[in-house]
Design a protein around this ligand. Sequence first.
Ligand code: GRF
Length: 224
Amino acid sequence: MTLPIAVLISGSGTNLDAIIRAIEEKRLDARITLVISNNPDAYGLDRVKAHNVPYKVIDHSKYPSREDFDAALITSIQESGARAVILAGFMRILSPTFIAAFPGNILNIHPAILPSFAGSNAQRQQADFGVRLAGCTVHFVDEKMDNGPIIIQAVVPAYPDDDGDSLSKRILEYEHRIYPQAIHWLAQGRLTIKGRKVVVENAGAAQALPENGVLINPPLEEGF
Ligand code: GRF
């Protein structure tokens, strides 16, 4: 059944764009009831205007407390008819009250292989640390930041000359693929949370991975 979703953004909105495209191309069985930006200057708002998608600015700086801001978010989302909340580069921490308002129906994308490199500037954190494998994660949102049960992850290679920007670009390409996929699974009712784990009903058997399911970068040379 088509899932009514609200998408929350703060910035450039490329994930929002990927979601809109996946819906328009009928790959993702969802309908955006409302896009909310807490940032009046978010470039993502310009993207929304190019499509037939309702949007609203709810500026956190205009509210006396996080609770008041979250209450305004909850009201707008519920009034829009959304049943799930999609965080797409939304840079505010949500209160337990917000989480409780949409149980099991809030998704986030994080540009790292969680639980490594949680928090902000994850791409730069990974580049500075010198990881060889970076990536992105879509997960359910719980009360701790970047912590909820994991739905899907993509691994991308990282190189010594990467910086936050180059890594960000490489990771984003896969964010734009795994986020619409995860939302589609949610829309299809195929996600079950069992403790920390998420079962994806009828998920393919690691077909997207290399032959033996192991990603090694740099690649091993002959004899190893
Ligand atoms: C993405 O890297 C996402 O993983 C992170 O914030 C960034 C948002 O990018 N949470 P965009 O606004 O979707 O372009």
